[in-house]
Design a protein. Structure first.
Length: 220
């Protein structure tokens, strides 16, 4: 029996700093909410296989594009630090209702962890970390950044983008068609580019890792 995704709406929120954040919302407002936070270089569509299962289990699901990713605004000053993303999360929690759980992959997991530790939002009942720890290994961070830097000039075709992803994730089955991958790409001047702000890579991996660890381990 296939799982049917409920009718959903795409909403736009505004953060305290005025950034536009876009999210897809599935399910009724009175249900307990699960907020899905993607990893660096991804979009809200990264959760396409997970969302219908959670919705079918009786949750309201909000899949969010983080600042600088997907359809959300790029930061005017290039601030993509963990504290900045945690502040954005507060605007999402404002409409999430009294019972919310955070599911964060990589970058999204760090933002969720920081938001809970720094702001103690009363509505958050759980945090699920996906593919991330509080002090990630430098080698793992650098591998991700190398992949993101490798294609700064974009791709000629969607097949070329698919081949790059397949080389990075050889253990995953290659998608049958281009539709899913195209959600993460945008066309400019005849080429396809990942749909995130290149300034995400403006700092060195070593400094980003050190600062994130300091932020997350700091006692305030």
């Amino acid at each position: 029996m296939s799982i049917q995704t409920p009718i959903f709406e795409t909403i736009t929120l505004q953060t305290a700093k005025g950034l536009k954040i876009v999210a897809d919302v599935f399910g009724a407002a009175d249900l307990p909410t699960v907020i899905m936070l993607h990893g660096g270089g991804q979009t809200r569509h990264s959760w396409h296989a997970t969302v219908p299962k959670l919705a079918a289990a009786g949750f309201r699901v909000m899949a969010v594009d983080s600042r600088g990713h997907g359809d959300s605004d790029w930061s005017a000053d290039g601030d993509y630090t963990t504290p900045a993303q945690a502040e954005d999360l507060l605007a999402i929690l404002d409409i999430a209702g009294p019972r919310a759980a955070l599911v964060g992959a990589s970058m999204g997991g760090l933002a969720g962890f920081y938001a809970i530790g720094r702001y103690r939002p009363p509505s958050v009942r759980a945090l699920v970390l996906v593919d991330i720890v509080i002090s990630p290994a430098r080698e793992g961070v650098e591998r991700i950044r190398q992949f993101m830097r490798a294609h700064a000039n974009g791709f000629e075709t969607v097949d070329a983008a698919a081949a790059a992803v397949a080389a990075y994730y050889p253990e995953r089955a290659r998608p049958a068609g281009p539709a899913g991958l195209m959600r993460n790409l945008r066309q400019r001047e005849g080429r396809l580019y990942w749909h995130w702000d290149p300034r995400l890579l403006s700092s060195s991996a070593e400094n980003d890792l050190r600062r994130s660890t300091e932020w997350l381990c700091r006692s305030e």
